[in-house]
Ligand binder design. Structure first.
Ligand SMILES: [Zn+2]
Length: 428
């Protein structure tokens, strides 16, 4: 074990019992889940009277008698989360929404921060990364620390400033040996910008590359029909943040010559699920600390680690499937498949399509990035796209010819998180 690894485990152990065990393997089953659920439920009911009333109306007098009773609890939306306001938070992380209305603050105490760090280490270990090996991480420029510093100072958010500085500059850079590489929205309309991003990663010679699937698509597309640079030490690509199409995963494994791992994680829920070498587009749920259900086609996830803001049956807004499966890796257990944001959906003659299905239909083609603006009824395409591109897209998506107009400005709409979506619901 390296000095850096010992240091991280030692520090984690001071903050959280069982830190090293949690860091050792992703999703390892742990006991005491019902007790944990009931302690979170008691905290949630005590801090939000409306939530308490809803539980009582659902026939939950005290706590749950068994885990099977979990679906009786009301679903948590972002509104209810705002009511969980007690206690002093170490970290308060903002997520979601393109405007102020959809935003939610996830509050974490010290133990929950340590739990997340242990889970992150277990994810990195599953991807074959060893502490201290060089990691390169693509980040949209919107996430740059100094980019946000002014805004945080203006909001007097000193706790967040210190926490983020610790995370990005001390923990990730010095201990994890991570290098952040920033990109902007041009990578989706300009293949040269995407190619430059790939070159930046190559110069870092990483053992692990962390990226959103949308940026991964951009770098893969930038080198189609030509040679792909050879990474000397790359063992794995870890994706997180948007939905990963199966066609993208396969092309990335072939072109990078490395294993691709897909992680389902969010500010609200932490690291909830991770794919394995054999799971295809399914992901193994972290069954030690998360529970997942499917309600009306939406993923509903419970995080057992956040006492400050109990995440009991959180409605994620993601369309997907959750079920017990036997994976080809030999492990049977709860698994997830994420299809995309629930609101980003098109109905076609052949059935409904979410982001993941749209990606798998269009990514293998040579078509440029585009956005289907569902509200305006337009396809946004980069300037200079082939004249037949819009018609070809509609054909691939089983949509009637001429059912969408063409906007050739290439003015893609990206939310404040910088995430690219082919489907734009237009706020509906
Ligand atoms: Zn597996």
């Amino acid at each position: 074990m390296s000095f850096r690894e010992k240091l991280a485990l030692k520090a984690g152990g001071l903050l959280l019992n069982g830190f090293a065990e949690r860091a050792a393997s992703f999703g390892a089953a742990q006991g005491g889940r019902l007790e944990r659920l009931n302690s979170l439920l008691a905290a949630a009911r005590a801090s939000a009277p409306e939530y308490d009333k809803a539980c009582a109306a659902a026939g939950i007098a005290g706590g749950l008698v068994s885990e099977a009773e979990l679906p009786k609890l009301p679903l948590l939306g972002r509104e209810t989360l705002r009511a969980f306001s007690g206690g002093a938070a170490l970290a308060s992380l903002e997520s979601g929404g393109t405007g102020g209305a959809g935003k939610v603050e996830t509050r974490l105490d010290l133990e929950a921060v340590a739990a997340r760090y242990a889970a992150l280490l277990s994810v990195l270990k599953a991807a074959g990364w060893r502490m201290g090996e060089r990691t390169a991480a693509f980040h949209p420029v919107e996430y740059g620390y100094f980019n946000n510093l002014g805004k945080m100072l203006a909001g007097l958010r000193f706790g967040k400033i210190v926490f983020e500085f610790f995370q990005q500059y001390l923990l990730y850079r010095l201990v994890h040996n991570r290098r952040n590489i920033y990109y902007d929205g041009r990578i989706f309309s300009d293949p040269a910008a995407a190619g430059a991003l790939l070159e930046s990663a190559l110069r870092e010679d990483p053992a692990l590359l962390i990226t959103r699937p949308d940026a991964l698509m951009a770098v893969l597309k930038s080198r189609r029909g030509g040679p792909f640079p050879r990474f000397n030490r790359l063992k794995a690509v870890l994706t997180v943040g948007t939905v990963l199409g199966e066609t993208v995963r396969r092309e990335a494994e072939e072109r990078f010559g490395a294993q691709v791992f897909n992680m389902y994680a969010s500010t609200e829920l932490g690291y909830a699920a991770l794919s394995c070498r054999h799971s295809g587009d399914w992901l193994h749920l972290d069954e030690g600390r998360h529970l997942a259900e499917e309600a009306g086609g939406e993923l509903v996830v419970t995080d057992l680690d956040n006492r400050l803001m109990p995440m009991l049956r959180y409605a994620t807004g993601d369309a997907g499937e959750a079920r017990e499966r036997a994976c080809l890796c030999g492990h049977s257990g709860p698994m997830l498949k994420v299809r995309g944001r629930k609101k980003n959906f098109i109905g076609t003659a052949g059935g409904g399509l979410y982001e993941a299905e749209v990606i798998d239909r269009v990514f293998p083609s040579g078509l440029p990035f585009f956005q289907l603006d569902l509200a305006a009824g337009k396809i946004i395409l980069p300037p200079g796209s082939a004249p037949g591109a819009a018609a070809e897209i509609l054909g691939l998506l089983d949509l009637p010819a001429g059912s969408y107009g063409t906007d050739g400005t290439g003015n893609f709409r990206l939310p404040s998180s910088g995430k690219f979506s082919f489907l734009l619901a237009g706020g509906k």
